[in-house]
Structures are given as C-alpha cells and as structure tokens.
Design a protein around this ligand. Structure first.
Ligand SMILES: Cc1ncc(COP(=O)(O)O)c(C=O)c1O
Length: 450
C-alpha cells in the first residue's frame, strides 16, 4: 500500500488550479460580477465548496452532461447531488411542466395529479398515505414533528455522521463516544444534545440502550448512510432496528432521499423494510422542487385523531407552496415515465461498471482506498477497508486529497459531488461516460503515486 506524498499533492493541486482558471475566463468574469451582489459570489453558501478557484457557471445541461459558459463539456456524475438523478431535463418531465405552467403553477387547492402521485407512491413503497413538501428537509422535519405529536416523547435518535438536510435536531456527532453539536453547526436554536440521541450505525446494543427509557419519539435513519461515503448495513441490522424500535414504542422514519438509488421503491422495497414514515425528496420531480413523506395506516389514524382544524395551518407543518400544481405535475411525469423500473435496469449496471473501473485502478496503483456501491450510486473513500459506521467513514475522509481528485476530474470533463467522492448514474448515463471517468481516475492515481 502506498502513502500519498503531501508535497507532491500540493504541487499537483497548484498545477490543476492554474489549468482550471486558464480554461474558464468567462466563468471567472461572471464570478467577479457575482461577488458584487451574492455573498461570496455564489447563490448558496455550499456552492463555495467546489474545488476550483470559483464554480464553473453553467450554460446548459441535458441528460448526463452539461456545458459551462466557456464551452467546456462535463459528464455529470454529481447530478445535482441526486436532485437530477433523472438526467437533466428529462423530456417527459419537461413536457408536463410546460403544460402545467401554462394552466396554473400554485393554487393552494389540489389537482388530480396529486392523487396520481399518491397512488404511484403507494405502489412503490407500500405505505397508504402521502403528503407533500418542497424539500426533503421539510419532509423529515414534519415526520419528526408528527412522531413527537403521536408519541408525546421529546427526543429523536440519529446515526453518527448522518445527514438529512438542514434538520436542526440532526446536527450532532459522537466524539470519543460523547454526543456534541456537529462541527460547523450554525446558530443552533437549541443545543442538539437536548433534543437528540446519537449512536453508531450497525451498533445494535447502543441503539437498544438509547431507546430503553422510552423517551425517544423516532429514529430518523437512512437505510444505508450515503453522506459520509456509503456505509452499508450489516446483515440482520435492519431486522434488529425494526424489532428494537417496536419494542420500545419508537417510530421509524426511513429517509430514502438518496437510497432511492437502490431501485424504484428505494432500499425499503428492495430489502422489505417496514418503516412507520418514509421520506423521499430531491429527484422525485426530475429536478423541480418537491418532496414527500408517507406513513402507515396506524400513523395516519393517529394524526387524524389529533387533527385540529382551526390551527392546522399554523401548527408547524406547512409551506405555502407545498403541494403546488407544478411540482405535482413534475412528480407524476417523473415517477410514471422517467424513474421507471426499466431506467433502474440501465442505471445499476452503469454503476457496476464505474465501480469496477475504480477498483481496478486502486489495485493497479496499490492505493489504500476502497470503493462501495449501492444500486446506481458509487463512491470511493481513502481507506483500504469499507466502513461499518460513521466514525470509520468520517476518519477515512481527506479534504485535501478529495479536492485534488475533484479538480483533476473537472479539468478533464468529469463532475463529482463537491462534498465527497460520490458518482450517480442517470437513466441516460452511457458506457462511454463511465469509461471516461475510469480513464481520468486512473491518470489521477498514476500522477499521485509518481
Ligand atoms: C439523505 C438526505 N435526506 C434529506 C436531504 C435534504 O434534502 P434537501 O436539501 O433537498 O432538503 C439530504 C440532502 O443531501 C439527504 O442527503
């Protein structure tokens, strides 16, 4: 196994930064202009995280590729960090959006599309009732509120190094086994150690110990962690999670926003999970904002039994634009015509091809790295072994190396997520797209080892 020479890494990074800037004069000029009206020159704070000196400004995206304003082409494996997992602007979604945009965008009244989407979600995930929000963050937040409302319990439980959007309660990590606010937590309304318990993924004993006193309303879980590399559940872990949550009367919220990569019904359907709530956001509308949360008959009845008509608009679950006609038209078309079982049958083999290519290069250059896949999503991590929990995965992250790999890839027409080393396949990602990544990854590995 080789170690990476940090001096070499730094000089390669400097070379790549110069190349990045030299090849993007129009993006550079737009960035300078943007700095005068947008804080940090970007419309959202995390867009500052791209590995280049500035983000490439996009001219046009379609399918699995996009072009920046300087005419550089990129194969897009980031796909809007799953928001565009459908491929950019899928034609069925665009047609539905165009049609709906002409006949009303937001009404505060239901359209027939909402029923079609609810019925489609029932079939996919096996849960009877559905509600809509604009973001997966909100779908998680509302599920948590409802779980507290139903159980009358104050706390929630999450897994170490999870990410579920900007859910206040979830910004908590373990340091040497002690819970504390996650690094970088901006202006928390309440110390998350007051609201939340946190345990390692795949640790059944810790889970049971945390739920035993029956103070925890819900566990909010991704079925496999996807935001700190990919951490897969041990065999039998989900069975234990469900048994323990049921034993102590804790509701189980499964967040499928990323793990929808496992198949048309997400990890839940692929592995026969039985959540009380299920959350699905990001690609549900093909890139048009929208998300959903579904729940069981029992949960639905509890919610209705506690429903208060007079105050239901100001009870903490809302959103003026939630359930709008445009989002629902986009969701209907995306679910029925884009994220179909046939699409997954193309996407998953592409991710296998991507993973094989990366694994071959890792072996060829004897790098102490590994690559993991879940459905049509794959990710490499800077550790020789796959991770069993958030701590192991987080310890394997290497910000400097990650930035180099991302910048090297961008300079050669490949986009990965800016947050870690994730690649996602869309229904139109081709073998050529994947092979380009393999070639570029192999070249980066070769240069790194010298
Ligand atoms: C698993 C998971 N759930 C929820 C979210 C939140 O999605 P959004 O930012 O669209 O609200 C994310 C965002 O990355 C996520 O990874």
């Amino acid at each position: 196994m080789r170690t990476i020479d940090r001096g070499r890494l730094q000089s390669l990074m400097e070379r790549e930064q110069k190349k990045f800037v030299a090849e993007r004069p129009k993006s550079a000029a737009l960035f300078e202009r943007a700095r005068k009206s947008l804080l940090g020159g970007v419309p959202m704070n995390w867009m500052a995280k791209w590995a280049g000196a500035f983000p490439p400004f996009v001219r046009e995206a379609r399918g699995s590729e996009f072009f920046d304003v300087d005419g550089n082409r990129y194969v897009d494996f980031c796909l809007g960090d799953t928001g565009a997992m459908t491929g950019h602007s899928p034609s069925a979604t665009v047609a539905a959006v165009e049609q709906q945009a002409r006949r009303g965008i937001t009404l505060m009244l239901p359209s027939e599309d909402s029923i079609a989407v609810g019925e489609e979600l029932q079939k996919r995930f096996g849960l009877p009732y559905w509600q809509f929000t604009l973001t997966a963050t909100d779908a998680n937040r509302f599920s948590i509120r409802l779980a507290r409302h139903i159980t009358g319990r104050p706390k929630i439980l999450v897994f170490n190094w999870c990410y579920h959007g900007t859910v206040d309660e979830s910004f908590i990590t373990l340091k040497d086994g002690v819970a504390q606010a996650r690094r970088g937590n901006i202006g928390p309304p309440v110390d998350p150690t007051v609201t939340t318990r946190v345990v390692e993924f795949n640790d059944v004993d810790a889970l049971e110990a945390a739920l035993k006193d029956e103070q925890v309303a819900c566990v909010l879980a991704e079925p496999a962690l996807t935001n700190v590399g990919i951490v897969l559940p041990d065999p039998g872990y989900h069975k234990a999670l469900r048994e323990i949550t049921r034993k102590y009367g804790t509701l189980l919220i499964i967040d499928e926003t990323h793990t929808i990569c496992a198949g048309p019904g997400g990890y839940t359907r692929a592995e026969h999970l039985e959540p009380d709530f299920l959350v699905f956001g990001k690609p549900i509308g093909g890139g048009v904002p929208g998300a959903t949360y579904g729940f069981t008959q029992e949960v639905g009845e509890c919610i209705l039994a506690k429903h208060n008509l007079e105050d239901c608009d100001t009870g903490g679950i809302g959103g003026t634009l939630a359930g709008n006609a445009l989002s629902l038209a986009a969701m209907r078309a995306t679910l029925q015509k884009v994220l179909t079982p046939e699409a997954f049958a193309r996407m998953i083999p592409m991710a296998e091809r991507w993973t094989d290519g990366v694994a071959r290069a890792i072996a060829e250059y004897q790098l102490p790295w590994n690559v993991t896949r879940l459905g049509c999503r794959a990710e490499y991590l800077f550790s020789p072994n796959t991770s069993r929990n958030g701590t192991e995965a987080h310890d394997a992250m290497d910000f400097e190396l990650e930035r180099f790999m991302h910048l090297y890839a961008m300079n050669r027409g490949i986009l990965l997520t800016p947050f870690h080393n994730m690649a996602l396949m869309s229904p139109v990602t081709s073998a050529e797209d994947v092979d380009l990544h393999t070639k570029v990854f192999r070249e980066a590995a070769k240069e790194l080892v010298g």
